[in-house]
Design a protein. Structure first.
Length: 193
């Protein structure tokens, strides 16, 4: 994997553990020559991982919609910044550039982005690994909800298994490297007909 999209908060949250884990992920990317593609902000978790990578001479690529440049406080020291007209264009741009996705602690935007790529994976449009770094059990309740959705027949077990989750950077990256996308040809054929 050469480039990975990271979805995370524009806030740091209340515990330093999230920021520290973001920095560890950034250091891992640098050590393994993986470029990060992210939302382009210099604040919150986004800033923490970007700054960690820049400090270690890593490649950091931002993609930010024009209307968020001030709100997310655009990072001006990164390797490259793409500016899009709309949020939907940002997502398409990121998707075309990356080999996989990782979500860190964040809010509505983080969930929106990770669930969009999961939906595309479920439909067979995306076949890239989708990881969640579960620092401090941040995503435990979300995973429980997804298990309920499987139990109640709203999410297929194989689609639930598309989510690679770990509380360890090293383990998550190993899972992502070994990921095999599920066969979605039945879904693709249903959509096409």
């Amino acid at each position: 994997m050469k480039k990975i999209a990271v979805f995370c908060g524009s806030s740091l949250g209340f515990s330093e553990i999230y920021q520290k884990e973001a920095q560890l992920l950034g250091e891992y990317f640098c050590k393994h020559s993986i470029a990060m593609v992210y939302g382009g902000g210099k604040i919150g978790m986004m800033g923490a991982i970007a700054n960690s990578m820049l400090k270690n001479n890593g490649e950091v690529i931002g993609v930010i919609p024009h209307f968020l440049r001030h709100q997310e406080v655009e990072h001006t020291n990164i390797s490259m910044m793409y500016i899009t007209k709309k949020m939907s264009k940002r997502k398409v741009k990121i998707s075309k550039m990356v080999d996989g996705y990782i979500a860190l602690a964040g809010g509505f935007g983080t969930l929106d982005e990770i669930f969009e790529v999961l939906t595309l994976g479920q439909l067979g449009i995306e076949k890239k690994p989708i990881g969640i770094l579960n620092t401090n059990g941040f995503f435990d309740f979300l995973m429980q909800q997804l298990d309920v959705m499987v139990t109640e027949g709203y999410v297929k077990k194989e689609n639930r298994e598309m989510i690679l989750i770990s509380n360890s950077v090293e383990e998550l990256m190993n899972k992502m490297r070994n990921y095999q996308a599920p066969d979605t040809s039945k879904v693709t054929n249903m959509v096409a007909s």
